[in-house]
Design a binder for this molecule. Structure first.
Ligand SMILES: Cc1ncc(COP(=O)(O)O)c(C=O)c1O
Length: 394
């Protein structure tokens, strides 16, 4: 017996649910790409993306690609073959970005991970102080790691770099935080930020962004890895098609325009607070589930848990079973463990177009699965989540 029929819900950490307005915007006829409504949409998206990235003076670029592409765009625009970069490992995605860098001919050094923890800013400072010759040209980090649900304190890393007097570029992947968790490129002193359309921005996968400040634009002038497609200089050109180094992905830009309209109408502050409450409710439920039995938070330190996704370690093999139960029987798809956590975790996303009733349904579905599958857990997670929301939403 399944009771999955009805409105299905997606609770994986990207791609996320799309609002109807965004979906409808995709259903647009093709239009002239050399001006008119397509150029207007691009121009206004570029302007509003600056608000989302929290930059007044930086420049945003839109790419027709996924996050892996934007990683490459970021690196190739400011670095040269043989340059050394320091990757701050916390979770899976910094490691993968580092692999991407290696393939481009960069020399990658990893600052080792403290398992289940965010980046240790003291270790960053100590490492950079040892680099008296300033061989490290960039520090790469991920704001929120989607595989483990860890969130990094970018301000503390910036402070560490300044305390070490190190001139490396600070490059931050905001793919799982943009539009969900407070991020301000200017205030945090981030030189290059990378983002994607498919998570907090509620738009289909297929657009990705880099944002560059003046220091990054200076480094760009001498970067040797530039290619014609990723190149910021070409994309700074006057004509609309140059902004994309080719045909603009018009329907995707229309969809992004709608998403940005919704984001600005709600207001970033309120969006961050909504994510904080939904994340808090998830953690309240998970604390109860983890109080007994064999489940645990992938992130050990409570204040390092992201408001965009929660990752819970499960008994070996149970993760996929919980996920399948929720999808097949209840109509909600939660995230599976990925990378080293494949088969060993579940991920509950609370990111993008998600609200109280929908998310409470996801939490209740997970608890139902734990019960139905006989996985040992503390009972009453749903009650803890509703209590949490009742306390925070008056
Ligand atoms: C934090 C983070 N960085 C980078 C990526 C890679 O993005 P994409 O899969 O769009 O290439 C992801 C994907 O989930 C991610 O979560």
């Amino acid at each position: 017996m399944t009771i999955a029929n009805g409105h299905r819900h997606l609770a994986i950490p990207g791609p996320t649910n799309m609002p109807d307005q965004v979906l409808n915007a995709l259903h647009s006829p093709s239009v002239d790409i050399y001006g008119g409504v397509s150029e207007d949409a691009s121009r206004s998206c570029l302007k509003d993306l600056k608000k989302v990235f929290g930059t007044r003076t930086g420049k945003v670029y839109i790419y027709a690609c996924n996050g892996h592409g934007a990683w490459e765009a970021a690196l190739t625009n400011v670095l040269s073959r043989g340059n050394k970069v320091l990757v701050l490992v916390s979770g899976l995605f910094p490691v993968v970005w580092g692999e991407n860098a290696k393939k481009l001919g960069l020399v990658v050094e990893e600052l080792p991970e403290r398992t289940g923890r965010a980046v240790d800013a003291r270790a960053v400072e100590a490492r950079l102080k040892k680099d008296a010759a300033h061989e490290l040209k960039a520090v790469l980090m991920v704001h929120a790691d989607t595989a483990t649900g860890v969130v990094n304190d970018i301000a503390s890393v910036r402070k560490a770099m300044d305390a070490a007097g190190h001139p490396a570029l600070l490059m931050v992947d905001t793919i799982a935080s943009l539009g969900s968790i407070p991020f301000s490129m200017d205030d945090l002193g981030v030189d290059v930020a990378v983002g994607g359309s498919q998570k907090g921005l509620m738009t289909p996968p297929g657009l990705a962004f880099t944002a560059a400040n003046a220091k990054a634009k200076k480094a760009h002038k001498t970067a040797g890895l530039k290619t014609s497609y990723w190149d910021w200089t070409f994309r700074d050109g006057k004509e609309h098609y140059m902004w994309y180094a080719g045909t603009p992905p018009v329907q995707m830009v229309f969809a992004l325009r709608k998403a940005l309209d919704m984001i600005l109408a709600e207001g970033l502050g309120k969006i961050f607070r909504r994510h904080e409450i939904l994340g808090g409710a998830t953690r309240a439920a998970a604390e109860v589930w983890c109080s007994k039995g064999e489940m645990a938070f992938a992130v050990t330190e409570p204040k390092e848990r992201s408001n965009s996704v929660t990752c819970l370690l499960t008994p070996e093999g149970a993760g996929p079973t919980i996920m399948e139960y929720c999808e097949r029987n209840l109509g909600v798809t939660i995230g599976r463990g990925i990378g080293p956590l494949t088969g060993k975790a579940i991920r509950i996303a609370h990111m993008g177009h998600v609200n109280g009733w929908g998310h409470l349904g996801t939490i209740a579905a997970v608890e139902t699965a734990l019960q139905a599958l006989g996985i040992e857990h503390g009972r009453g997670g749903v009650l803890a989540a509703t209590d949490y929301i009742a306390r925070h939403v008056k």
